[in-house]
Design a protein around this ligand. Structure first.
Ligand code: ATP
Length: 227
């Protein structure tokens, strides 16, 4: 396993948000992390990355127990996050954002441009002048520039226009075809489930279901993910 999370608990001050999250991603897999709003998906990602320090349980990444390591050490082991809200440096250009994120490896601005041609047209624009969809492409591009063993996408297409969403999903499919391991949080089950190798469902900070996406029946979707 590339990533193996077991019995993860996490706290915001005195408030416990995760009570036992299990999650696993194998090399080359796309894994869907699902759950209604507020069930703990972002908290799980922040805990895995060490961004939330008050945590316990086990996180093994690429053979290393990371649950007690600080965030910068964990990132260096090879996790790249495109965060919810797609934060980029607003006063840097597209190109500068990509270069600023670079770590040694095969990803270059040219390779990001091949994945997201729209971004190439905007290469000299400041990030704060991009559309939401372009900012998300840039956020994914920045994460890729770190040459991550595991790419983590939190709310990959949330709030984006339908056409741009399709571009993002197409890019994710291409990354998967290239062997990239990806952990994805998104509510667009129709797009996410067909490309996912496995899925995990959170409810109130606990993994309540895990399995193959085709086993997540309409009834289960309604029970765990319905509004
Ligand atoms: P969403 O899809 O809405 O982002 P989520 O599944 O990612 O939901 P989290 O954001 O991880 O859920 O939230 C899990 C729980 O932790 C919620 O009860 C939320 O209110 C709480 N929480 C999240 N961030 C904080 C914070 N900074 N301080 C205190 N509580 C928080």
């Amino acid at each position: 396993m590339l990533l193996e999370v077991s019995r993860l608990e996490a706290f915001y001050g005195a408030l416990q948000a995760l009570f036992g999250v299990d999650l696993a991603v194998d090399d080359g897999e796309v894994v869907a992390l699902l759950g209604r709003n507020g069930m703990g998906k972002t908290t799980t990602i922040c805990s895995i990355l060490g961004l939330l320090r008050s945590r316990s349980g086990s996180v093994r990444f690429d053979g290393t127990e990371t649950s007690r390591l600080p965030a910068h050490r964990i990132a260096r082991l090879g996790m790249g996050l495109a965060p919810e809200g797609r934060r980029c440096f607003p006063n840097l250009t597209v190109r500068e954002n990509l270069v600023a994120a670079a770590r040694p490896g095969t990803w270059t601005p040219a390779r990001v441009a091949a994945l997201f041609p729209q971004l190439e047209e905007r290469r000299d624009q400041y990030a704060n002048t991009l559309s939401g969809g372009e900012q998300q492409m840039l956020a994914i591009g920045r994460a890729l520039m770190t040459n991550p063993k595991l790419l983590i996408l939190d709310e990959a297409t949330e709030g984006l226009a339908p056409l741009i969403r399709q571009d993002i999903w197409a890019a994710i499919r291409r990354l998967k075809a290239g062997g990239q391991s990806i952990l994805v949080v998104d509510k667009a089950l129709a797009e996410l489930l067909p490309i996912a190798d496995r899925a995990f469902v959170l409810e109130k900070g606990v993994t309540v279901w895990r399995g193959r996406p085709d086993e997540l029946t309409a009834q289960l979707q309604d029970r765990y993910l319905g509004v």
